[in-house]
Design a protein around this ligand. Structure first.
Ligand code: S3P
Length: 197
């Protein structure tokens, strides 16, 4: 099928190349805060009989903390990033899993290289405008954006997305998510989890 997959989805490998990938497989969803990684990962895992893993939750588990906000407040972001890397390492060798990574996870150290070695990376691409709209509703639980005014949030998302896109954009599969319901994104990604051979 060449580099283009189903509509709205750019895959950097074809279905036949995919079929040569070894099972068991790990799928890493990457993308900015609020792009829907958790919802899509949960839905895709359920549909495919894969295990769903939330990387933020794994980090909380490692830290013995209730929330990411608690880790940021008590141990600082640097320690959060160290634990995030450790949580990625702990996923190596896991079976059929769909992982929702944290928005910053691929953007620190060589994490993106590591994610690409360990599994299939999928970027849920969303514009700064759409992300800002979605984050407006849920910023309280996210330490990076808590307390920002709507204008500050828009500027923050635009700036940080521009910096991070170079990491996210390396993903093997890129799916455009602006205005697309999660269930449609999930069905577009279903082919990744099809049992091969
Ligand atoms: C972060 C994103 C969050 C979480 C932490 C830092 C970031 O994950 O890991 O608050 O740096 O973008 P979500 O993308 O799931 O919100």
């Amino acid at each position: 099928m060449g580099p283009m997959g189903p509509i709205g989805l750019i895959s950097h490998f074809s279905h036949s190349q995919l079929s040569t990938l070894n099972s068991p497989m790990t799928i890493f969803l990457v993308g900015f805060m609020g792009c829907g990684k958790s919802t899509v990962a949960r839905g895709l895992a359920e549909l495919s009989d894969f295990r769903y893993v939330d990387l933020d939750q794994e980090v909380c588990h490692l830290a013995g903390a209730e929330s990411v906000a608690e880790i940021f407040a008590t141990k600082g972001e640097e320690e959060f990033r160290r634990l995030e890397r450790e949580a990625i390492e702990r996923l190596s060798g896991e079976g059929d899993v769909v992982v929702a990574t944290g928005g910053g996870a691929p953007c620190y150290g060589d994490n993106m290289d590591r994610l690409m070695e360990l599994g299939v990376t999928v970027y849920l691409r969303m514009s700064a405008r759409a992300l800002t709209e979605r984050l407006q509703r849920v910023r309280v639980v996210r330490p990076k954006i808590v307390g920002l005014t709507p204008e500050e949030l828009a500027a923050y998302v635009t700036g940080l997305l521009a910096e991070r896109e170079r990491y996210y954009g390396r993903a093997r599969v890129v799916v455009d998510c602006d205005g697309i319901p999660s269930r449609v994104v999930i069905s577009r990604l279903k082919y990744l989890t099809k049992k091969r051979n």
